[in-house]
Unconditional design. Sequence first.
Length: 377
Amino acid sequence: MNWIAIRMLTGDAQKFYGLLFGIAFSTLLITQQLTIFVNLLERGSSGVYNVSSADVWVMDPVSRTTDVAYPMPSTALDKVRGVPGVAWAVPHIRANANVRTSDGDLEGVAVIGVDDATLIGLPRGMAEGSAEVLSQPDSVIIDDVGVTRMFPDGGALGQRLELNDQRAVIRGVADAIPSFTSTVVLYTKYSQALNYVPGTRNRLSFVLVGKADDITAQQLVDRIEAQTGLKARTRDQFASDGVQFIVENTGIPLNFGITVALGFIVGVAIVGLTFSLFIRDNIKQFGALKAIGVTNGKIRRMVAVQAGMVGFIGYGLGVLGTVLFILAFSGNPTFKGFYIPWQIPLISLVAIILIIALTGWLALRSVMKTEPAAVFR
């Protein structure tokens, strides 16, 4: 009976391919949009994970993310260093500025000042050059995404920039996780950053802290907050704060949620309509099967096999399309580091099962109402 069901399904090529298209398109839309959504949210924590050596971030109590921070007085660094359990603590500055390239173009950038002695605050990897280039006068390191935006033809090394009326020379390219806004990032020493981005009396954005071996990160956070009155967050906590900030203050979750819902609705509409037409066109065949003694239970299994076959193939094509999409745009800076979390295909699978179950049930109702005598009329 299952073989007969498959033959009935594939015998009508137009409707068979229509069903496959509906499931594949719905899977592609749901999986692709969820993948982009999750990866964009993770960009909110890029500033934290680019500094892999810091166990704890200390900031002003009103600061929320790496990009939304209120500067502290320089004395905050000494306060943090005096807390038991702090193995090391270094200053970290993050500020916005405008640069003028040698071609005269103006670009908004983020200037990050890293510790002069240890260079803690730089991304772990370098795409070109080395971190030691910051010891040279007026040196900055640009992130690799920034290179593609400011110098699409390549050749960033050695380029001179006018940064707030001061000279800056690009001598390295960092392999960094892009920010949520894909802003160009320039790394330099903390002392040099203070000259590049003059501002108010308080300039210190964060204090990066490494914990001692005999204490956990959370215990150190509690000690710092109790003894200094400043806000402290573990690396993972602060990364989550960046993601939560995007969720609470942008329309991204709503927009992507609407798109995913539309993918589900479109899948139900296309598959439901096509499946119903397929059942209607084959209603006499189902009536003939009933006339020769095929029970309703076997009819249900036949429809289930048809729906399952379409769902399995269409789901596979949709997931494959998402993988090909990510691979095709992997060279684009906007999609750098994008990946498909394993939970997303599972969510898509649940959605497709619901679509198949709903449309199959609706189509099966007309089959169950068919009388065997209808085939002889």
